[in-house]
Design a protein around this ligand. Sequence first.
Ligand SMILES: CC(C)(COP(=O)(O)OP(=O)(O)OC[C@H]1O[C@@H](n2cnc3c(N)ncnc32)[C@H](O)[C@@H]1OP(=O)(O)O)[C@@H](O)C(=O)NCCC(=O)NCCS
Length: 158
Amino acid sequence: MLRESQARDRPVFVELLVSPGVNTYLGGPRSRADAEGEVPELPGRWPGSFVVDRDGEMIGHILLRRPTGDRRPAANGRVDLGYLFLPQTWGRGYASEACAAALDWFDAALPAEPVVLFTQSANTASMRLAAKLGFAEVERFHAWDAEQWLGLRPAAGS
Ligand SMILES: CC(C)(COP(=O)(O)OP(=O)(O)OC[C@H]1O[C@@H](n2cnc3c(N)ncnc32)[C@H](O)[C@@H]1OP(=O)(O)O)[C@@H](O)C(=O)NCCC(=O)NCCS
């Protein structure tokens, strides 16, 4: 189930920041002290932020955001998709199902808009997920000491 975040989800938001497995391709894990200081009492509350709930427990976070600031030209001004799941839940299709549902929500809200996605190309699970969700490669570039992949999913109405 996709739902709005609640205060009781906070320990899982912290876990997603400190988990070495989750952060292998995201610049490495945060220290628990930093994460505890950083995560607010009610984390992840904005339109496009979805807690993925399995049997009443948070297992992942899906983020649709429109970052400001200068980015790769193909991504400037566009909404991007991010996804973080607890390692013990990987490989069971949860991310595919949950991201597809979040993108359906997005398509209904903003049918004229494409979505972009950044991931390290070495992140095999993420690359497979991006392809399954309909993202096609725009470019690869080098940043943060690794090859990065930028994909684009065309607007639903196009
Ligand atoms: C990326 C991530 C969300 C995938 O979650 P998941 O629950 O394993 O995804 P799914 O089970 O829906 O699988 C998606 C695809 O990836 C494949 N996959 C999953 N784990 C894999 C692995 N370790 N190696 C290779 N492929 C893998 C699955 O087989 C599936 O492809 P298929 O249907 O063609 O077989 C999860 O690994 C994760 O949270 N990683 C850490 C955070 C991250 O790196 N996010 C990306 C940057 S935003």
